[in-house]
Write a protein that binds this ligand. Sequence first.
Ligand SMILES: Cc1cc2nc3c(=O)[nH]c(=O)nc-3n(C[C@H](O)[C@H](O)[C@H](O)COP(=O)(O)OP(=O)(O)OC[C@H]3O[C@@H](n4cnc5c(N)ncnc54)[C@H](O)[C@@H]3O)c2cc1C
Length: 357
Amino acid sequence: MSEALGAANDLALIDKNDAFVFGYSKLDLMFGRERPEAVRLPYRDFAKPGVRFLRETITAIDPVARRVTTDAGVYEADILIVALGADYDLDATPGLAQAGNEFYSVAGAERLAEVLPTFTRGRAIVGVCGAPFKCPPAPSEAALLLHDYLSERGVRDDCEISLVMPFGTPVPPSPDTSAALLAAFGERGIEFVAGHRVSSLDPARKIAVLDDGAELPYDLFLGVPKHRAPDVVLESEMAEDGYVPVDSRTLETKFPKVYAVGDVATVGVPKAGVFSEGAARVVAASLVAQLQGGERPAAYDGRGACYVEFGAGRVGRVDVDFLSGPKPTGTFQAPSSDLVAEKQHFGASRRARWFDR
Ligand SMILES: Cc1cc2nc3c(=O)[nH]c(=O)nc-3n(C[C@H](O)[C@H](O)[C@H](O)COP(=O)(O)OP(=O)(O)OC[C@H]3O[C@@H](n4cnc5c(N)ncnc54)[C@H](O)[C@@H]3O)c2cc1C
């Protein structure tokens, strides 16, 4: 909106955090491939005409009045866009907070960077505790990168790796991506436990209990916690079945002039940054058209490209299309070093556009 309208905007961007971090940077942090300072993009560097950044915590949202209350004030808006993401509910999985290590938050990934060097033998489980969860390929990536990490340290033969996932295949919309991941697991001796989630951990016995009661012993548990919308959203009138329903073509909620984009919304696409970005583009184009009287943009198509870390210095790519056909489809590009460079360009282009870096 800033690019289109410049200083004519009167747009407040409210976030309680002082920096943005790409989701995939959490994998880089946990395996010590990047330092925290290198992946943090501080909002103080976010300088866009017509946009004020307010580092405040939102405590209430009234979608009827389009009023947002924060720890610092009350804001009335002509148009409200809710983009508060998904939070983690560690308490939904008994034992996870005490005994497991989650790698889905920056703090969790940073803690793991300290824990992983101490793991030299035994069984590691990468375990998903609930669906939907962000970036469906990420647990598979974590398992493959863990294999590399342990191999480089010369302890892989003393360790086992299992991946527990609530889906039948690693990336259900793309059978080719799933087949390539299953082949990579097979080559590396990674066990894939399909169709189950981890429902609790027993820290005393070092056992992960699955949703069917099966027990898996572990020495290291790397968890994907159950997700849920932030409390402030659940406490508003917007949430239904845990998230904010929207018209997937326009991202409009049922409240006039209130939109929801990204992980907080139920759009019919996975929870991933590329989909948040695509949905945000449609909302921004639609608002610019409304304000300037131009043509409305085409409906949101639910398309996105995800880069998938395969380990061994290679990245694959899956292009998925969730909304334009009768069922989701995906096209796979085999892992290569060219795609490593493409993923780097993906990050660099966003850093440049969003943070002028
Ligand atoms: C390990 C991992 C790997 C991933 N890899 C990829 C990938 O390769 N590609 C990809 O596309 N996606 C990936 N993702 C997913 C991606 O990070 C998320 O889907 C994306 O960040 C969602 O964007 P969002 O804007 O909806 O929410 P978020 O990025 O979570 O932003 C929500 C913002 O709301 C703020 N907020 C929340 N509550 C409040 C409040 N009460 N007051 C004020 N501010 C608040 C938060 O501080 C946050 O900045 C990955 C995620 C993980 C965990």
